[in-house]
Structures are given as structure tokens and as C-alpha cells.
Ligand binder design. Sequence first.
Ligand code: NI
Length: 261
Amino acid sequence: MLSQIAREVLPEELRSPHIQALIDDLVSTLRAKDGLGIAAPQVSESLRICIVGKPLTVLVNPVLTPIGDETDESYEACLSVPELVGVVRRPQTVRVQALDRYGKSIDMVWTKFRAIVVQHEVDHLNGILYTERATSTSLSDEARAELLPAAEQQAAPAGSKRQTLVIESPGPVGGRQYVVWTFQGTGRVTGLRIQPGGARVTAAWLSGVRFKAKNYPAGAAERHLLGDRVLHVARGEMLRVELEMPRGKRRIVAEADVDFA
Ligand code: NI
């Protein structure tokens, strides 16, 4: 459902009990989850209806037109992609044309926060998750506390610029998987870890160049996937790590430690 293009709501069906109940359901779900926005496909209705919160605005058949060339990056999260946050670059001003829940025309220009939220929600109507647009994703603080062993949650030393980036594999359970980091700054990768243990790193590439071919063991405490090598990375470079996962493993969390210059 989340990868489908949702269909438009017909004028004659907008006032139907079914559609009005769906909108009520979206409103109450958004409030219950304390979310910023929600779209009908997220509650298994493939219809072009979404809601942007704060203040709450119902949009039926929304059409967005970016205004100007200004884009910026910000963090996004999604009720349908639990445990992750990601950095996405989007236009900062959009014209929003839609119908409200009673069929009345809406024509507004939104900037910054609401512009970003409405683009995220309209993406849902087009079968696109923000993770497909994100230049990097990482575990949310709550998910990190829940998923990673205490030993892996150590804070960066005082004064260090080290950051740990986390990516959850989007692939199927078990078998060959890969994770990709796109670096947001210039620095050195000083460690790679794969969780849970039992996965093997079979290859790694930096911006398309394979730099290790041998197999590495992996585990919760593994910090030597790079051997003695320190990888120097520049903004925009991509590190791809290929993994062999044990069958039946539900997820991979791969982390790269980066000392940003
Ligand atoms: Ni979402």
C-alpha cells in the first residue's frame, strides 16, 4: 500500500460516510501518535487524502508546486518507518492546492516546516517514503536505547566530533544485504560495526571503489572491519558495505564511526 500511487477522491464521494469517517480516523490517529502529518495510505486506504498538523489541515487531492529554487536539508521521521530519522533535502516553499474535507478549494503558499511536512505527506500519496529521498538515515534516540546493547551506547568522548551513523537494511530477511552511507561532511571513518553478530562483511566500496575483498567477521563488539586502515571521506562520498546475513535475521544495524574534520 505504501508503495502504490493513491487514486484521486471523486467529488461525489468526498461527502460519503466512508470518506468522512476515514478523515476522522486520520485526524484521531495523527493526534494519538502526536505526529506532524499523516496520509491515507498509512491507514491502508489508497486515496489522495492527507493531513498536515499544527494547525490541522485536511488536504484532498493535493497538488504541490515548488516556488523558487531554495532547498534545504532537515530531519524527517515517519509513523510508517518506525525507529529511524533521516536527512532529506527539499524545496523550502511550495504552493498547495487541494480541496478541504467539504470540497472547498484550498490555495496556499507554505514555507519551511509546513512546506516540508506537506511534501512528505504528498510523497505518501505517490508511493514514496522519505527514506528513498534521504541522504542518510539513523536510529532515533529512543530506538537506539532499545536496540543496542548498553556497551554500544557509549557517548562520544568529550571534545570529540565522532558521530555514529546507523542504517537499517531495507532488504529482505537473511541473505545478501547492503547498507550505504552518504557522508554529510569531511572526516575519517575509524570503525564499522554490524549488528547483530553472525553477519559477515563480504565487500565494501567507497564511492564505487572496492577497498577490501576479504571476508570479515562481525559482531556486536567488532571494531576492526577496516583493519588498520582509516578511511578518509569527503562530503557526498558514499560508503557501501555488503553483508551476508544469517537466514531468519530480522534486521541489520550497521554503524560507522566518523571523526568529522
Ligand atoms: Ni510519513
